[in-house]
Design a protein around this ligand. Sequence first.
Ligand code: C2E
Ligand code: MG
Ligand code: MG
Ligand code: MG
Length: 291
Amino acid sequence: RQAAFTKQLMAVYSHGSDEEYMRRLQILQALPEAIAERKLELHFQPKIDCATGTVVGAEALIRWRHPQLGVIRPDEFIPLAEQSGDILAVTRWVCEAALNQQQYWLEQGRKLQMAINLSAKDLQDSSWLSFIKAELQQRHLPAETLTLEVTESAVMADVEQAQQQLTELRRLGVKIALDDYGTGYASLSQLKHLPVDELKLDQSFIRGLTDVENDRVIVRSTLELARQLKLETVAEGVEEEAAWRLLQTMGCVTLQGYFFSRPLAATEFENWLSTDASRFLQSSEPNKAGH
Ligand code: C2E
Ligand code: MG
Ligand code: MG
Ligand code: MG
C-alpha cells in the first residue's frame, strides 16, 4: 500500500499549481473504484467510407463523469492511469464494453468494425494477447472486425517491443492502426517494418487542409505513401464538407470527424444511424474517388 501510494504521488507530482496537483491526486484515487464499479462510459464515433459516405465502423472513446470532479476527459486521466498502472484495467474494461456493444449491434443486423485505443503500457502487458483472444472467442466475433489503435508515440517508445506485440496480435487477425500519425517520429524506414494495417492521419493536418498549402502537401503525400505501402488510411478531425471533398480527390479510405458526428453514447449512436447517417450517402456519383 505504501508503494502504491508513493507511485500515486509520483504520478501527480510533476508540475503545475497546487490546485492541479490536488485534482490529479483526486483523479488517481477515484480511478480504481470507477473501474471496479463500472462508472466509466464509452462513446462511439462513426467511421465513414470516404468515397461512398457509408458508415463502416465506430471508434470507442472513454468518458468519465465524476460526481464531484465533473467530466474528466481522457486526455487528462489516461496519462495518469498510465503512470499509476491502472491503465491495464481501464483497457480491459474498454475492450469488454466495446465488444459487448459490437456484438449487440451485430445481433441487431448492424455490422460495424470496432476500434479501441491501446496505450504504450498495454503493449508491454504479456497477458493482453490471451485476454483479447478469449474476449473475441467468447462472443464468437471474428478477430478481423476489431481494430486496435496505437499512437505513433506509444510505438516509438519501444519499437522492438511494440513490433513483437503487434505482430502477434496481427497474427490473431485483429487490425492494427497507427493513431495520430505524423505527430510522433516514425521514420519511413521504421514504418515499412511496422506490423500495421492502417495509418490514421492526425487531426492537426486535417484541420488546415482546405486553407493551409503545407498541410495539403503533407496529407496528399502521406496518402500516396500509404497506398504504396498497401496501408489503409483514415483521416481524423474532418469538420467540414470541403475537407471531405478534398480527401475524396486524394483517395483517403476512411473518415472520422465532427462533420459526420461527435462521439455519441450507444443509444444516441443508434439514433444517429437511423436518422442522420443517410445524409452522407453519395447516391448520384458513387465512384467519385475512383475506387
Ligand atoms: P484519439 O484516439 O486520437 O481520438 C480522437 C479524439 O479527437 C477524440 O477525443 C475525439 O472526440 C476527437 N475528435 C474526433 N473528431 C473530431 C473533430 O472533428 N474535431 C475535433 N476537434 N476533435 C475530434 P477524446 O474522446 O477526448 O479522446 C482523446 C484521446 O484520448 C484519444 O485520441 C485517445 O488517445 C485517448 N483515449 C480516448 N479513449 C481512450 C481509451 O479508451 N483508451 C486509451 N488508452 N486512450 C483513450
Ligand atoms: Mg484513436
Ligand atoms: Mg488520433
Ligand atoms: Mg489523439
